[in-house]
Write a protein that binds this ligand. Structure first.
Ligand SMILES: Cc1cc2nc3c(=O)[nH]c(=O)nc-3n(C[C@H](O)[C@H](O)[C@H](O)COP(=O)(O)OP(=O)(O)OC[C@H]3O[C@@H](n4cnc5c(N)ncnc54)[C@H](O)[C@@H]3O)c2cc1C
Length: 377
């Protein structure tokens, strides 16, 4: 996006990437359909130590601007829950569009090129030493992404270059990532692997309502990925597995009106039987409602609507969709993304300390920040 915009202004641009293919993350994103943006974008959908930083770029190049390009290329897309926009056919449509735009303005994309080191000379120009020789430039834009999914070519290059220029870097961790569980919980819940439940997942700072998914390693699903970006090691999260029901009131009513019905019969329409067995046990589920006390009803509500669980950790960068932390935004211009430490040096996209929610927010940040830098480099 940055290269295209700079190219439109007549700048001579080369994109250097060690990958064999351009835009690999775009191609695998959104299950191959690329969740390229979201109808509802605001600063609240981003995690950063400077929550205001992203506002300027997101308002200068918006989701509507990106959608306009998509429409121009007649790429069919659809909306899913929470305003998320996906390609109807394939993420390849987005890549083809970007490559076509790049070609129009004669951008050179040089793949298989490892960056060895960069230096700024006294005249402020940059020298970039690569596996394919040396390059000289007046501006240097770092769009090297985060650390997520190393097997797809993620490296700490951007952080290293930032450090070289004396930038402060917030510690990085995996975000939008499944949780692993303590051994005892893992044993208990792994038998529920494959079950997805629409839930509210919360901690003291935020809550998300989406599916959670039990896996053989722990907990995943959109609600879990979202809260993982707000989770601190050692902290418990709370899960409400029946967010649309006043469970205590419902069970008391059923106890009074269907006293002979078994608890299992009362709950089985709301939650899968396998899950009920794990959470409440066979003995309780087989009891008629008349044999269930009010304090047991409270206990059932606590277990199903206030399920507190302390994850053991996350699956880490191996499966994370995003990297939290990164280059401190306070040392970058929110209008141009230029470094306050070195003129002509820019950082865009995920390498910065701006991480979006699940739902197209990370690509929109990449488009918006790239577009802004492209206006000035
Ligand atoms: C599995 C998965 C699915 C995702 N799905 C979505 C989605 O549907 N919607 C969404 O909004 N976000 C999604 N994301 C997040 C999104 O892909 C990233 O936030 C976005 O790609 C960041 O763009 P970027 O340009 O900053 O970095 P990247 O897209 O990561 O690009 C960085 C580039 O730098 C290159 N590079 C890295 N190190 C070096 C080096 N040392 N030398 C040379 N080149 C180097 C890499 O090869 C890569 O091409 C997903 C992420 C993952 C992992």
């Amino acid at each position: 996006m940055c290269a295209i915009e700079a190219g439109k202004r007549g700048r001579k641009v080369v994109v250097l990437d060690h990958a064999r293919k351009a835009g690999k993350k775009i191609l695998i994103s959104g299950g191959g359909r690329c969740n390229f943006t979201n109808y509802n974008i605001s600063a609240e959908n981003y995690v950063s130590h400077n929550p205001h930083f992203c506002k300027s770029a997101l308002s200068r190049f918006t989701q509507w601007d990106f959608i306009a390009i998509i429409n121009n290329y007649q790429i069919p897309f659809h909306e899913r829950e929470h305003g998320q926009l996906f390609c109807d056919h394939s993420a390849k449509d987005i890549m083809a569009m970007l490559l076509a735009e790049a070609k129009k303005v004669k951008i050179k994309i040089q793949l298989n090129t490892e960056i060895k080191q960069v230096q700024q000379q006294e005249n402020d120009n940059f020298t970039i030493e690569t596996s394919q020789g040396y390059f000289q430039s007046r501006s240097l834009i770092i769009a090297s992404g985060g650390l997520s999914i190393p097997r797809m070519g993620a490296t700490p290059l951007g952080y290293k270059i930032a450090e070289q220029f004396d930038h402060h870097i917030w510690p990085t961790t995996a975000g939008l990532v499944p949780f692993t569980l303590q051994p005892e919980d893992k044993n208990k819940f792994s038998e529920l692997s494959g079950i997805a439940i629409n839930s509210v997942v919360s901690n003291e700072r935020i809550q998300f309502r989406e599916n959670i998914l039990f896996t053989h390693r722990g907990l995943s699903g959109p609600a879990i990925l979202q809260i993982s970006s707000y989770w601190q090691a050692g902290e418990a999260i709370e899960i409400n597995l029946l967010p649309d029901l006043d469970l205590t009131e419902y069970l008391i009513r059923e106890k009074n009106t269907r006293s002979k019905a078994h608890l299992k019969t009362i709950l089985v329409d709301s939650l899968p039987k396998r899950l009920l067995l794990t959470f409440l046990g066979e003995e309780l589920l087989d009891r008629p409602m008349q044999a269930i006390s009010l304090s047991q009803i409270d206990d059932i509500t606590r277990k199903l609507q206030h399920w507190k669980i302390k994850p053991n950790g996350t699956e880490g960068y191996r499966t994370a969709e995003v990297t939290l932390g990164g280059i401190d935004c306070n040392e970058l211009s929110s209008k141009t993304m230029e470094s306050a430490k070195a003129s002509g040096l820019y950082f865009i996209g995920e390498v910065m300390d701006v991480s979006g929610w699940l739902g197209g927010y990370n690509f929109q940040w990449a488009w918006s920040s790239g577009w802004c830098a492209g206006q000035v480099v």
